[in-house]
Write a protein that binds this ligand. Structure first.
Ligand SMILES: Cc1ncc(COP(=O)(O)O)c(C=O)c1O
Length: 161
């Protein structure tokens, strides 16, 4: 009996499993003549600012949607993102900022809101470590325009602006 060789890498099989997605992306580019620039290129270049000191999942969420994480330094006293560093990290590609409330300590939401006022930048709260925490009398996550996930206490992320 001849054993069936199992290829180390089967690119054809990989292509087959992604074929529909790939074809529709290629068709979209062709139909819209979006070869240079265009929404797909733009989407690839979106930047999201997050703290340099946080759980890996914060930056992972940014990469998951195809954006680029841009790290802003933290305040050594609060251990949360330093709004001044956010200000320096903002570019014309910045689409959002994820403020993390680390170890139950709240990020300086008001200061961050002041920095992005008038700009087309979303502010996202990562509340995974702030269950029950308050910021100026309001519970973190209660300023929500959109809740990403409430599946469990440690996975709540809320859009606030
Ligand atoms: C700051 C922070 N953000 C996000 C997460 C993401 O949690 P999950 O494990 O649900 O991806 C965690 C988890 O501990 C976290 O500490």
């Amino acid at each position: 009996m001849n054993p069936t060789p199992i290829p180390m890498v089967d690119l054809r099989q990989q292509y087959q499993s992604l074929k529909n997605e790939i074809q529709s992306a290629v068709n979209y580019a062709l139909e819209n003549t979006a070869f240079i620039m265009g929404p797909n290129v733009h989407a690839l270049e979106d930047e999201v600012i997050c703290p340099s000191f946080t759980f890996a999942a914060t930056a992972e969420a940014i990469c998951y949607v195809g954006a680029t994480p841009v790290f802003a330094d933290i305040d050594p006293i609060t251990l949360n993102v330093d709004p001044a560093c956010i200000k320096n990290a903002i570019s014309e590609k910045t689409r959002a900022i994820i403020a993390v409330h680390l170890f139950g300590l709240t990020a300086d939401i008001d200061e961050i809101k002041t920095i992005i006022k008038g700009k087309s930048i979303f502010l996202v709260e990562d509340c995974a470590q702030s269950f029950g925490t308050s910021y100026k009398g309001k519970k973190t996550g209660t300023l929500a325009a959109l809740v990403f996930s409430q599946a469990r206490t440690l996975a709540v992320m809320v859009m606030v602006a």
